[in-house]
Write a protein that binds this ligand. Structure first.
Ligand code: DAH
Length: 342
């Protein structure tokens, strides 16, 4: 029986070595120390022994019980530590891992929007407000009221998409001048953005759909100098303080005098290069003092009111500002192109 006790002790200690978790430990503990366990079983058979042997076996069995209970406790604590350790390892976050890509990549603003906002903000700072008109327009507003009566030769300057005799897709934002003059109280300063349409074969510098921005200032006493100063201020806001602008005589039926606006070449800074064909200047838009006929056509006295106006191709400005070599890119909506303007 003493041997048996020794055997129980040794087997239990060996099995304890192999215990891998709290459940297994619990099972082992019950099998050895529990009420139906091996140790209890041995003590139950002590009746057969002499009183001395019984006392001795009882003493030893208690020692074994105590020892095993302690070792089980130690093992339990150790297993607890291991479990904690494993949990920490499993939950660890590698902060150096690359992040997950967003499901939907962030979009970017079209360069037209960027340039439009820059010009608009510069003008709002000068007291301008925005105004808009329809893309499907009356011939009367697009041409006649602007001093281009039917059969006027200058109508051919703009190849027009007609819907019927009277209705067309506007070829410029200038019809909004007539709409503003007919509906708003004078004086006013307006900036008028919008999509325009012309029968044009698409190529690197032409698109049948394009964006213009009209400026119109009506007041009692405005001059070409006011026009020049206004244009200068937004040219500098868009292209930078050291870009100059100049007016060059031109012709538009709705202005008298009329001018083209050139800016100093954005590539060579005015020295002359292949982009500006050696002149140092690049044309960006038309402008002028509003023709008195237009003011009269829209129901106002041209003795009382003066106006100046311009119409700028926003796409042209965007191409110059960002070095875009093909205007079609602006309208194609290719994400690889647009994402460059973040
Ligand atoms: N509407 C003209 C065009 O599309 C541009 C323009 C020129 C607008 C002179 C104006 C202006 O308001 O005064 O070619």
């Amino acid at each position: 029986m003493f041997d048996e006790l020794k055997e129980i002790r040794e087997t239990a200690l060996k099995e304890l070595e192999n215990v891998k978790n709290a459940d297994e430990l619990g099972e082992l503990s019950t099998a050895v120390l529990g009420r139906g366990g091996k140790l209890t079983a041995i003590l139950r058979t002590m009746g057969k022994l002499s009183a001395e042997e019984r006392a001795e076996l009882g003493k030893r069995a208690n020692l074994v019980k105590q020892e095993l209970a302690e070792r089980f406790e130690e093992r339990k604590a150790k297993l607890g530590e291991l479990a904690e350790q494993l949990k920490i390892e499993r939950e660890a976050i590698d902060v150096t891992m690359p992040g997950k890509r967003r499901a939907a990549p962030m979009g970017a603003l079209n360069p037209l929007t960027l340039v439009y906002r820059e010009i608009r903000d510069a003008l709002v700072g000068l007291g301008f407000t925005t105004f808009e008109g329809p893309e499907v327009e009356y011939d009367e507003y697009n041409f006649t009221l602007l001093n281009l009566p039917p059969n006027h030769p200058a109508r051919d300057m703009q190849d027009t998409f007609y819907i019927n005799d009277k209705v067309l897709l506007r070829t410029h934002t200038s019809p909004c001048e007539a709409r503003a003059l007919k509906t708003l109280d004078l004086p006013f300063r307006l900036v008028i953005p919008g999509r325009c349409f012309r029968v044009d074969e698409p190529d690197a510098s032409h698109s049948p759909v394009f964006m213009q921005m009209e400026g119109l200032v009506v007041d009692k006493n405005v001059s070409l100098a006011d026009l020049k100063g206004t244009i200068d201020s937004f040219v500098k806001a868009v292209f930078g303080e050291n870009v100059e602008s100049r007016l060059r005589p031109s012709y538009f039926p709705f202005t008298e005098p009329s001018a083209e606006v050139d800016i100093s070449c954005t590539i060579c800074g005015g020295k002359g290069c292949s982009s500006c064909k050696g002149t140092g200047w690049m044309e960006i838009m038309g402008c002028g003092i509003t023709n008195p006929h237009e003011i009269e056509n829209c129901g106002h006295s041209s003795d009382e009111w003066r106006a100046f106006a311009w119409g700028v191709g926003v796409d042209r400005v965007a191409c110059l500002k960002y070095g875009i070599s093909d205007i079609r890119l602006i309208y194609e909506g290719d994400g690889r192109f647009l994402s460059q303007f973040k």
